[in-house]
Design a protein around this ligand. Sequence first.
Ligand code: 5GP
Length: 114
Amino acid sequence: MAGSIFTKIINREIPATIVYETDSIIAFRDIAPQAPVHILIVPKKEIPTVNDIQESDTSVMGELMLAAARIAAQEGIAEDGYRLIMNCNRHGGQEVYHLHCHLLGGKQLGRMIQ
Ligand code: 5GP
């Protein structure tokens, strides 16, 4: 896979509000926020889905979790709490096939499964 919409954001080919970036991770505000804070945390490597994670990706996946905690603190929602979601394939509701973690918060969230 090459050139996902998120890779275009990573390469600054399309705009996004970037809130966090390292050599291997980028995070930016979702274009259609579902909560007051809705940030997408994305490995720069184009891993299509959670199913495609390899042993060699364990480091970047750990960095993704660390980024989530740091961004939550940065956004001021760490103490109240937040939700991390990774959708996988059709039943999971995945729309963009470049692995990403949703960070949602800033209000009391409702039930997880609809
Ligand atoms: P998924 O359903 O794949 O888990 O989530 C994809 C997310 O990407 C959706 O919440 C959608 O609003 C967001 N998204 C899709 N295209 C763009 C874009 O061009 N820019 C930003 N910032 N978010 C996007």
